[in-house]
Each structure stands twice: as C-alpha cells, then as structure tokens.
Design a protein around this ligand. Structure first.
Ligand code: C6P
Length: 405
C-alpha cells in the first residue's frame, strides 16, 4: 500500500462526495485537509483544558499553558531549531512575514535595498513594498527568465553592500521550483544581508533543518501542514531576534510596565502580545506529530512521485502546457497547467462537476504570471493523502475538458 492509501482513512472529509462523485482533493497547496488526530486534539483541548495561557494559577490555566508551550517544543523539533526561544507563533505565513517586514523595516535607511524574487507570493512581496515605501528603501527582484528558476547570476549582481534583507520563497506555489535556499543564505550573509525564507509550500512537504539552512527567519502556516487555520510559525534566529525591538505591544510581551515605558519580556513571548491562538497551537502540535510519525522523508518521496506522475500525464495531453521545472527535477507538490483555449476558472468548474478540486487563478503571484505572459493557470497540488488513482482521474478529466467547453 502507498502512503496515500495508508493514511486516507485518517482524514474524515475525504470520504464525502462532491457532485455525486468521490472527492479528489487536489488543492492542498491552498489549504490541506485535517486528520482525525488533529481534529480530536482540538476538541479534547476545548472539552477539557481550555483557559488563557501564562496568566492563571488554576489547573486549567496550567494545562492550557503546558499544551501551548508543548506545541512550541513540538514545532522546534519538527523544524530543527536550536531552541524554543526561536519559535514564535503567529496567525499564519502572511502575519509572520508582515511582522518581519515591520521589525526589519524599522532598521532600513533611505537607499538601503530589499531583495525579493519574481516568483514570490504576494505575502512575501507586498509587506516589503510597504516597508520600502515607509523607509525610503529600494525594492529589487531576482528575475525568473526561463519561467522556471531564479537567475542566480542576477541574484549575485543584485546582492550588494546596500542589501539589508533577502526575502525568498523556499518552494514556489505556482512552479513548484525548490530554490537553493541554503546557498542563497550563505551568499546573502557574506554580503551582510539578513534572509527571510517563505516556507509556506515547503514545510508541509520537506524535512526542515533550521540550523543547516542558516536563514535568519523562516515562515509557514499551520493550515497547509495538516493543522488548523489561524496558526502559523515564525522561526527567528536567536541572535537576530534579540537585537530587534518588538513591533506590536500588549499583554504578556512585557516584564514590567510604567506609564511611559516598559521592559520587554524574554524571547519568544516578547513577540507574542495578547492572547495567542492556543487551540491552533494544540492542533498544529498534533499535525506535526502526525507527520513525524509518517516520517518527512517518506512524505517527500510520496508527494514527489505523485507530482511527477501528474506532470507527465498532463504534459502528454494535447493542448496542455505544464509550468515549472522539467519532470525528474525535484519540485514541491504543485503542478500548474493550462489547457489551450480554456479559461482556468471554466476548467476548474468542470473538474469540480466531476468531484475534482483544483485551484484556478493567479495564485497570488501576479508578477510571476506577468513573467509567464499569462493571466492564470489551473493548479493541482498534493498532500500525504493523495493517490496515483486520483492523479489518473485528474488526467482523464483534463483530457475531456476541450470537448466539454
Ligand atoms: N498560498 C495558494 O493557494 P497564508 O495565507 O498566510 O497561510 O499563506 C500565504 C502564502 C505565503 N507564501 C506562499 C508561498 C504561499 O503559497 C502562501 C499561500 C495559497 O498558493 C493561498 S494564496
């Protein structure tokens, strides 16, 4: 039995039908489904242990705090961070990146530079546009001239003495390209720049090791990683976090407060003002534990095999263009494609009639769409619970699209 066949039964939603057909959920890059283990952990928390964290001496307060801080330890282990102080909970990737853009943005001076890439999701572009606008800095972008990979020579040319931070995605949510982030970090550090890696499409699919990667910041969302919505992670290298002033104020991020000033709390709480997403953290811990049990290397092999099959099957259909690196090169668990003469939204609607859920549109990556010279694509994306049979169903349905539209 393949991994997909083995773990499908853990995901209750996968047994439902859509438009009279068994559901083929091929939209996990937008948001993954949740195993029973995650759903039950959240339910157990609300039924037995809910209270606010870090505040109350009573039993429920202590249980909730233990669960919340235990989740931090689980995530710390999952991403190979050196210490739990480096793991901050946020509400998602977008919030994590906005936080870094504010923290680092404040240190920018006029004519300083921020380096992004043409394949960034808007979440790793707009916050930097805002930071540059507010602080007079200049935004530069590494091009993707072949529509597949970053131009690494251009990266080296653009990286200079004025570059303060490089913000780059680990895995493109459209192309699936896996960027050589450890190399980029090394070169950026040699040039004196910080590095933020957007790991939204990597953390659910690749074994992570923050120490080996060396990035200063790494952001991802719980809901793409079999966990709930409303929880995300910002990993920050301790030496870097320690020298940054908090961007947001409120309860729990302080040690002592006077009317006109305050003394900040220790890491990581300094960057977590207010009541945090406790249930989200509990669910994320269960998701991480679930993935750890499956084994991330096994998850990667399974998803890359499905992705390769999808890429080959779709590319073999007349009129279909598949985007991203060629088959055989490792890629994230997404396959974006177009069918000649068919608008992606129409294609997705017809596939939905057949019970197949894919995403259509610009995938919040409009600069990349402009580079590819298209308005949007269809996109199939995979998770641990998908099977080769679903990929075959997708390919058969895509082949019939021109006859149906
Ligand atoms: N991409 C997709 O269908 P949030 O919304 O904060 O959980 O994640 C934002 C985000 C940031 N970076 C990358 C690379 C992403 O792929 C995403 C989310 C989804 O591709 C929804 S647009």
């Amino acid at each position: 039995m393949t991994l997909g066949e083995l773990c499908r039964a853990d995901f209750p939603i996968l047994s439902r039908t859509v438009n009279g057909h068994p559901l083929a959920y091929l939209d996990s890059a937008a948001s993954s489904q949740k195993p029973r283990q995650v759903i039950e952990a959240i339910q157990r928390y609300y039924e037995r242990s809910h209270a606010n964290v870090h505040r109350s001496i009573h039993t429920l307060g202590e249980e909730a705090t233990e669960l919340y801080e235990g989740a931090r330890d689980a995530v710390c282990g999952f991403i190979g961070a050196r210490s739990r102080e480096e793991v901050l909970f946020t509400r998602g990737t977008t919030e994590a990146i906005n936080l870094v853009a504010q923290l680092v943005g404040r240190t920018l001076r006029p004519a300083d530079e921020v380096l992004v890439t043409e394949m960034e999701h808007h979440s790793n572009l707009i916050p930097w546009q805002m930071a540059c606008r507010d602080h007079g800095a200049v935004l530069r972008a590494v091009p993707v001239p072949d529509g597949r990979h970053l131009d690494l020579d251009a990266f080296r040319r653009l990286l200079g003495g004025r570059t303060r931070i490089v913000a780059v995605t680990h895995v493109s949510n459209v192309l699936g390209t896996i960027n050589p982030v450890a190399d980029l970090v090394r070169e950026a550090h040699a040039a004196g720049a910080l590095v933020l890696v957007d790991g939204a499409q990597a953390a659910p699919h690749l074994a992570l090791d923050m120490v080996a990667l060396g990035a200063d910041f790494y952001a991802f969302s719980g809901h793409k990683l079999l966990g709930p919505t409303g929880i995300g992670v910002l990993y920050g290298r301790k030496e870097v976090l320690e020298r940054l002033e908090p961007a947001w104020g409120g309860g729990e991020m302080i040690k002592e407060v006077w009317i006109d000033h305050a003394q900040w709390n220790d890491l990581p709480w300094r960057f977590e003002p207010g009541t945090p997403p406790i249930a989200g953290a509990v669910g994320l811990a269960a998701a991480v534990e679930y993935l750890d049990k499956l084994g991330m290397p096994r998850v990667t092999v399974h998803e890359q095999e499905l992705t390769r099959r999808a890429q080959d099957a779709l590319a073999a259909i007349p009129g279909v263009t598949v985007y991203g690196p060629p088959s055989g090169e490792g890629r994230g668990a997404v396959v974006a494609f177009n069918v000649e003469g068919i608008h992606p939204h129409d294609g997705a609607a017809v596939l939905d009639e057949a019970g197949i859920a894919v995403r259509a549109g610009h995938h919040c990556a409009q600069p990349l769409m402009k580079r590819l010279g298209i308005a949007g694509t269809l996109r199939a994306s995979f998770s641990v619970y998908n099977t080769a049979a679903e990929v075959e169903r997708l390919a058969r349905a895509v082949a019939t699209l021109p006859a149906q539209l």
